[in-house]
Structure formats: structure tokens, C-alpha cells
Write a protein that binds this ligand. Structure first.
Ligand code: ZN
Ligand code: ZN
Length: 186
């Protein structure tokens, strides 16, 4: 996701469109816990505002998640808005490092800018962070997923397991819901 801005670098107010399709295999090592299962699409435009290169656009993709109730693998479509400012740094580009080196620390005004070197913006970290922020805290395979039996661990979507049902008394419904939740310390 290298974006060449050579043609607008000296032209304040000029902008350039971009469009990347990142194959899932190339995204996989970037996504960490959230691998892509389809190409990740990133598009938008970059504008030379004079003080920085402003990248605006969106990223969409389909990712492998796990249902928070029944632990079944699921695919989720995620979409994220991109809005990032890049500022040119003097000196040589650093060695490519898979760690999240240029994550803005926040607070200090300078930190609102990501660095770039030469005539290229690397959108990779910005895109990855934007998409990871869209991952739901508790993804579910279906809105009414019944989860796992709190007693025997059976997947209740596949049928009743035969454990003592607490059906009938609405006062227990809350407790049943509670029992379906996975441990909080994940
Ligand atoms: Zn589920
Ligand atoms: Zn059971």
C-alpha cells in the first residue's frame, strides 16, 4: 500500500485518487488476530494541504472472527473511514518493521502526523488500525445465537444437550443469558 505522491508534492491544493486491492494472503501477516478472508479494498484520495498530505478514503474487507457466544468461526464485513495526515521526514526511510512503529501516541500535536519518506506514503498501518477499530467487541454468528451450554459446553444451536433446562421460569431467563457469556477476561 505504497502511494506515490511525487506528482503533487510541490503542488499545494492538488489531490490524487488511489485504489488498492490487497489480496487476503498479503493482509494475513498484517491483520494479526484478524486475518482477512477476501481481498481488502482501500480507496480514496490524497491532498497536498500545504502543511501535510491528507489521506481520506475508506477500507473494506471480510475478516475471520470467532462468535463470542458459541466460538464458531465467522466471516465479518468491516468498513472503516480513513483520515490521516502524513508529514515528510528528512533522512532515509527506516527498515520495514512489522511492528506498529508509527502509531501516533496522541496528545502532542506533532503526533497527529504519520511520517513519510521521499515521495511515498505507506498506508498499511493506517488501514490496519482503522479496520481493527471496527472489529466488534462481541461478534456473534447470528443475532439469536444460543451459545454453549454452561454445564456441558455443547453448542446449543445444534440442538438441546439434555442438561437440566431452566425453561419456564422467566426469572431464570436473565441467568440463562448470563451463563451463555464467555469469560470476561479475554
Ligand atoms: Zn454463535
Ligand atoms: Zn449441556
Amino acid at each position: 500500500m505504497q502511494l506515490s505522491i511525487a506528482s503533487i508534492r510541490e503542488r499545494r491544493g492538488a489531490s490524487l485518487p488511489f485504489d488498492f486491492i490487497v489480496p487476503a494472503e498479503e493482509w494475513a501477516p498484517l491483520g494479526g488476530e484478524v486475518p482477512a478472508v477476501a481481498p481488502v479494498h482501500v480507496h480514496g484520495h490524497v491532498t497536498n494541504t500545504g502543511e501535510s498530505m491528507l489521506v481520506q478514503g475508506e477500507a473494506t474487507g471480510e475478516f475471520a472472527l470467532v462468535c463470542a457466544r458459541c466460538l464458531k468461526p465467522i466471516r465479518a464485513r468491516l468498513r472503516a473511514d480513513l483520515e490521516e495526515r502524513f508529514r515528510r521526514q528528512a533522512g532515509r526511510a527506516p527498515q520495514r518493521d512489522p511492528e506498529w512503529e508509527d502509531v501516533p501516541a496522541g496528545g502532542d500535536e506533532e503526533d497527529d502526523f504519520r511520517p513519510y519518506h521521499g515521495d511515498r506514503l505507506d498506508l498499511e498501518n493506517a488501514v490496519r488500525e482503522a479496520l481493527l477499530l471496527q472489529v466488534p467487541m462481541k461478534p456473534v454468528c447470528q443475532p439469536d445465537c444460543r451459545g454453549l451450554c454452561p454445564q456441558c459446553g455443547a453448542n446449543l444451536n445444534e440442538g438441546d444437550c439434555g442438561c437440566e433446562p431452566e425453561i419456564g421460569d422467566p426469572r431464570f431467563a436473565v441467568l440463562r443469558e448470563w451463563g451463555k457469556r464467555p469469560p470476561e477476561d479475554k
